[in-house]
Design a protein around this ligand. Structure first.
Ligand code: ASP
Length: 314
């Protein structure tokens, strides 16, 4: 019998309206999501680990300027980039995280290096980058992270108190979305893993840390329950401890993956005021991709089935 493997990814949730999307932009996002799924799948297909697969998928999206992570990261209120990322292995429960990263090309690889080579779980800012240099992580100069679209988004809100939006309500499109990226995967050995990477929110106060690098909030993985990567308004996801909450509902209350995801994203978070979504997988290869916003860039693939790429609710 063919062993089961599967992967799901997201490129952010938010107010993503069909009426505001051009055909070119939709095609570009679809290409970015497809390339990321392929990057992860090519590892799973040859028996590679879920950890390698989620890192590869997230790296692919970090290198793709349309997503708010790595190259396409949004600007802070100081006009800088401060990226956050985390990764967790559901087999060992080992995790690595970084925040306030400005020049590492792939913050997710730096988070993985923290997990495997630092003896710690979470490093921040310049010291995290200094550690990255000692373990061979790739760096870029500032110009690599400049994209005209992100700069314009920041210019639109920079003299206000508005933060959060990687597409702001104040832009002429009215589009609002959270463009964090993430991946969850199951490998042929039955191990699951999760990874999340983000530039945070446009015009965020420098020094602000969102949910993405916080283990249990934006990212969590445990073979016994599920692997989760979140996207949305980070302050709410931190306070609701979203990723671990889903795992706990499965572990302590016997919820299925779907029951736990639906309850947390579509009921609890909505009442709490937390807009966004997440991707989830369990060790049987069940996948859930719930969100309570208009859309979420997402894709998933299960061995033996075709891959799917979706943006809107339907
Ligand atoms: N959750 C991220 C943050 O608050 C934003 C996003 O999902 O795009 O930093």
């Amino acid at each position: 019998m063919r062993k089961k493997f599967a992967i799901a990814i997201h490129g952010g949730a938010g107010t993503i309206l069909r009426s505001l999307m051009t055909a070119e932009k939709e095609a570009a996002y679809t290409n970015g999501l497809t390339a990321a799924i392929e990057a992860g799948n090519s590892i799973l297909e040859i028996g590679g680990s879920s950890l390698d697969a989620v890192e590869a998928a997230v790296k692919s999206m970090e290198d793709f300027p349309l997503f708010n992570a790595g190259r396409g990261a949004v600007f802070t209120n100081k006009g800088t980039h401060e990226m956050d990322a985390s990764i967790m292995d559901g087999n060992t429960l080992e995790a690595g995280a970084v925040s306030g990263i400005s020049l590492a090309k792939n913050p997710i690889s730096l988070a993985r290096a923290v997990k495997e080579k630092s003896g710690h779980v979470f490093l921040c800012g310049k010291e995290a980058e200094a550690f990255g240099k000692t373990v061979g992580i790739a760096f870029q100069d500032e110009s690599y992270f400049y994209t005209a679209e992100r700069y314009k988004q920041w210019q639109d809100v920079k003299d206000s108190d508005i933060y959060q939006l990687d597409h702001s309500d104040k832009t002429e499109t009215g589009e609002r979305k959270f463009g964090t990226v993430g991946a969850v995967a199951l490998d042929i050995n039955g191990n699951i893993a999760a990874a999340t990477s983000t530039g945070g929110m446009t015009n965020k106060r420098f020094g602000r840390i969102g949910d993405s690098p916080i283990i249990g909030a934006g990212t969590y993985a445990n073979n016994k329950t599920c692997a989760i990567s979140c996207t949305g308004h980070g302050e709410f996801f931190i306070r609701a401890v979203v990723a671990y909450d889903i795992s706990c509902l499965m572990e302590y209350k016997g919820y299925s993956l779907k029951q736990a995801c639906d309850y947390v994203v579509k009921d609890k978070l909505v009442k709490f005021g937390g807009e966004g979504g997440l991707i989830a997988i369990d060790a049987l290869g069940n996948i859930e991709l719930p969100f309570n916003s208009e859309g979420m860039y997402r894709a998933w693939s299960v061995v033996g089935e075709t891959s799917n790429v979706k943006i809107y609710e339907d």
